[in-house]
Design a protein around this ligand. Sequence first.
Ligand code: AP5
Ligand code: MG
Length: 178
Amino acid sequence: MIIILVGAPGSGKGTVAERIQNKYEFPIVSSGEILRNEMKQETAIGKQVLSYVSSGKLVPDRIITALIKQKISKHQHKCSVVLDGYPRNLNQSLALEDMTQTKQRVFYLDVPKDILKERLINRGRTDDTEKVIEQRFEVFLNETRPILDYYKRRDTLVRISGTSSDEIFRKIDALLSK
Ligand code: AP5
Ligand code: MG
């Protein structure tokens, strides 16, 4: 099974992925972490993606898809994987289906925007400035939100609303342990 966490910036994708990993021991594949790692190590890919990540735009699909494919294939022997931050547009959703035919469950972490902004400002990652946060929200609305309709039609989407990651994890946990 592939557990896909979709949500606006700051909705807790990373936090909830860790909670799932702690309980179920499923490996996490996080697109943001992979990209930050490439940038930190100043690899060729890291250099290519820097301007996108630091301005809050999506990096080109072919770059992120190749990176995700590589990671997922490493975990093929595991029963489940948690995906944090991928797919983020329809093209990536289709690419993921090409990559693996494993059953998908999509959880949309729905958290009020005012809470999100406050969390990000307090965290202070280099892309957590007011201007870049706004850009990341825009990208979420315009490019990522459409995949929610796509998964809804395929009956794989569950909307999880809440304000604390405790509450959100509890709801997801209840569904996973069924
Ligand atoms: P990415 O790293 O995925 O950033 P994001 O989607 O903006 O999400 P965040 O990591 O900021 O938030 P989160 O939902 O993981 O929440 P978290 O648990 O961290 O992507 C960064 C960039 O990489 C993108 O802008 C893009 O350029 C590129 N990229 C990534 N994926 C891509 C893709 N597929 N295609 C193309 N480009 C891609 O929580 C946030 C903060 O809130 C933390 O400080 C946390 O401690 C705190 N917090 C969480 N839950 C709670 C709570 N309940 N109460 C209080 N604080 C909380
Ligand atoms: Mg994250």
